[in-house]
Design a protein around this ligand. Structure first.
Ligand code: ADP
Ligand code: MG
Length: 662
């Protein structure tokens, strides 16, 4: 890092500014004709001089001023500032030189429209790293001295032209303003304000500042102590350097001890965030639209993932309760005609002996009237062997299940489903030992199953009661010689297909014709899970696309703001901003927009995806079938569609598309 000192310590005998053979041409690339604007300028200006450069419009004055102020580089020739070759300085050093040595005053004032008078004056000090308090104090003091003490908080468009020009002079003085470069400072002002500004420049010249005043007006130029005339890019007259009366600076230089790099970083960041926030606020509708894009993108990603997750859990739940290795056998009439087949005990024994098969569970089940006291109800009575809890991965909550011996001994025992318990024994937490009349036979309650929930399959197992297979056949389903269906558990989900094939082969060999059917629940659930998974991926992709669109929106807006604010960028560069200062400012804006949009999106997504169905806090949606849509989070985040007659369904892709409400 270079220090400012070498630029400003006047070496005796060395002119402050020395131009030799300076030329500047525009164009000349891409087939455009080159336009030579400056044709070899030789010029020396000493510290403390008050120089006017006068010439007609188009003679190259502004071009020369931009070179003098290091805003532009000559095409050829040398520019020495205080003896140093400016061409050798890199970008940061040039920025340093601009903010330490020069103060610019422009015809169009060039104030940043979104900032107040005081903040505009502070800008050069911002890039010099002056601490915040000192900055504000000095800016207020300068504005006070220039008669604007009352106007500190007004924005440029609330000030008159003369006042704006005084603000820009205060800004030029903010970092010391050793050399004031004023390009037509009175050009846009009425004669009274113009005279005021000239008086101010005189005062500064008397105080020791070097003033370079550029004007097309000879009367204005005549007020300077030295007049240089320029015509068509050449110096045609020079009244000559004059003895400098006062040697330098009366204004206190604002050089303070630079703050530590860490502190500097945070204060820079705060400043950038402040500017970014202000820009966002002033362009409310544009910001809101950009934010909307991001909010929708982020929220939809979250909601889609939540819905997918809900669907996944539902499938997992069903896999857990039904098992991933479950097959069903039933008898049916063969397609070729003839009576339905019979599944005999011997058939089941043969199936049991297949290597792929773990358990075989014959089931008889029908709705039967069940009574206790005055409560009676049609209940599905599930008669099966003692292996039912193992096959269905379903534990007993209270009491116990019956044993194989009890099944063989035709014991009249019953185990209640969770809801059956509530229905028949609403006031009896422990119903063990009570009697239940199933059909016409009394059964003793020995256990209650754990709750399976509403999502466990087509029938609600919680409503059922469970009795031993042999007791059921003897006492309830009189004279039924064969099971309604048989639940078969394969050894693992990997051998389900092999088990299906061997059972098919075996039964075909035993029966000689296809009078039976084999259902493969596991394969069906797995296929369904696959469909759901791909649907979820698809929804996720759609959501991701909307997020990308939101991102492109941010890029687009940033591009627009940069283009829109080239003038502001120019002002900041002229007041000593480095390239990275500018970059940081725009990056901060982009990050701020993205961050705010992202946070709101996450919140919205969680709100939509995480609400609870029981309170039905979600939005209300009316349709012929669907009464309302709501959301819940108890067992994973899901969207519920409530239909008429108390039916409802989780909105997952498959259900939503098939319209299959349960
Ligand atoms: P003045 O300030 O004396 O009115 P300028 O220095 O602004 O004159 O411009 C001098 C000449 O250079 C004009 O003819 C102008 O058209 C030309 N010129 C200035 N800037 C550019 C540029 N960026 N590209 C091409 N020509 C330019
Ligand atoms: Mg000009």
């Amino acid at each position: 890092m270079v220090s400012a000192a070498p630029f400003l310590d006047c070496a005796p005998g060395v002119p402050l500014i020395s131009l030799q053979g300076i030329r500047r041409q525009y164009g000349g690339q891409g087939g455009q004709p080159a336009v030579q604007v400056l044709h070899g300028i030789d010029l020396e200006i000493g510290a403390g001089e008050f120089v006017a450069i006068v010439g007609q419009s188009g003679s190259g004055k502004s071009t020369l001023m931009n070179l003098l102020g290091c805003l532009d580089q000559p095409s050829s020739g040398s520019y020495r500032f205080n003896g140093q070759d400016v061409a050798r300085l890199d970008g940061d050093e040039l920025a340093l030189l601009r903010r330490e040595a020069f103060g610019f005053v422009f015809q169009g004032y060039h104030l940043i429209p979104t900032e107040s008078a005081r903040e505009n004056v502070e800008v050069p000090a911002l890039y010099a790293g002056t601490p915040e308090e000192e900055r504000a104090q000095r800016a207020a003091a300068l504005l006070g001295r220039l008669g604007l003490a009352e106007k500190l908080h007004l924005r440029p468009n609330q000030l008159s032209g003369g006042q704006q020009q005084r603000v820009s002079i205060a800004r030029a003085l903010m970092n010391g303003g050793h050399i004031i470069l004023a390009d037509e400072p009175t050009g846009a002002l009425d004669s009274h304000s113009g005279a005021e500004v000239m008086a101010l420049l005189h005062e500064l010249a008397d105080a020791g500042h070097t003033i370079i005043l550029i004007t097309h007006d000879r009367e204005v130029a005549a007020q300077a102590r030295r007049v240089i005339e320029i015509r068509d890019g050449r110096i045609v007259a020079d009244s000559g350097a004059q003895a400098v009366r006062t040697p330098a600076r009366a204004l206190p230089a604002p050089r303070s001890a630079p703050v530590s790099p860490g502190l500097q970083f945070w204060s820079d960041l705060r400043e950038a965030a402040r500017t970014a926030w202000r820009g966002m606020r002033l362009n409310r509708s544009r910001t809101a639209l950009t934010l909307l894009g991001i909010v929708i993108g982020v929220a939809s990603v979250i909601v889609m993932l939540a819905i997918g997750e809900g669907a996944r859990r539902q499938v997992m739940e069903r896999m857990g309760t039904m098992g991933t290795a479950i097959l069903y056998i039933g008898s049916k009439a063969p397609a070729t005609g003839g009576p339905a087949g019979q599944l005999s005990e011997e058939d089941l024994q043969a199936v049991r002996e297949l290597p792929e098969i773990a358990r075989v569970l014959p089931v008889i089940g029908d709705p039967i009237t069940v009574r206790h006291g005055r409560a009676d109800k049609q209940v599905y009575v599930f008669a099966a062997s003692e292996e039912m809890p193992a096959v269905h991965h379903w534990p007993v909550a209270q009491g116990r299940y019956y044993t194989a011996a009890e099944d063989q001994g035709l014991a009249p025992l019953v185990v209640l489903g969770h809801k059956a318990h509530q229905h028949f024994f609403p006031d009896t937490p422990n119903p063990l030992g009570r009697q239940l009349l199933i059909g016409n036979s009394p059964f003793e309650v020995i256990g209650v199953m754990s709750e399976r929930g509403a999502d466990s399959g087509a029938q609600s197992y919680d409503d059922m009661v469970f009795i031993p297979y042999n007791a059921g056949r003897a006492r309830v389903y009189q004279a039924q010689t064969q099971p309604d269906y048989v639940v078969v558990q394969a050894r693992s989900s990997e051998v389900v297909h092999a088990a299906e094939a061997s059972m098919h082969r075996l039964l075909l060999a035993r029966h000689g014709r296809e009078d039976f059917g084999i259902g493969n629940a596991a394969a069906r659930i797995q296929a369904e899970a696959e469909t759901r998974r791909s649907m979820t991926v698809m929804l996720g992709l759609i959501a991701a696309v909307s997020l990308i669109v939101g991102g492109i929106g941010v890029m687009n807006v940033m591009l627009m703001t940069v283009k829109e604010r080239t003038r502001e960028i120019g002002i900041r560069v002229a007041t000593g901003a480095r390239q990275r200062d500018i970059l940081r400012q725009f990056m901060t804006e982009a990050v701020l927009v993205t961050w705010v949009g992202g946070s709101v999106g996450v919140l919205a997504g969680l709100l939509v995806g995480g609400a609870d169905c029981r309170g039905c806090a979600g939005g209300v949606f009316r349709d012929r079938d669907v009464r309302r849509i709501c959301l819940r989070g108890r067992d994973g985040i899901a969207v519920w569609l409530h239909a008429r007659q108390g039916r409802r369904a989780r909105l997952d892709p498959v259900v939503a598309l098939s319209g299959d409400l349960r």
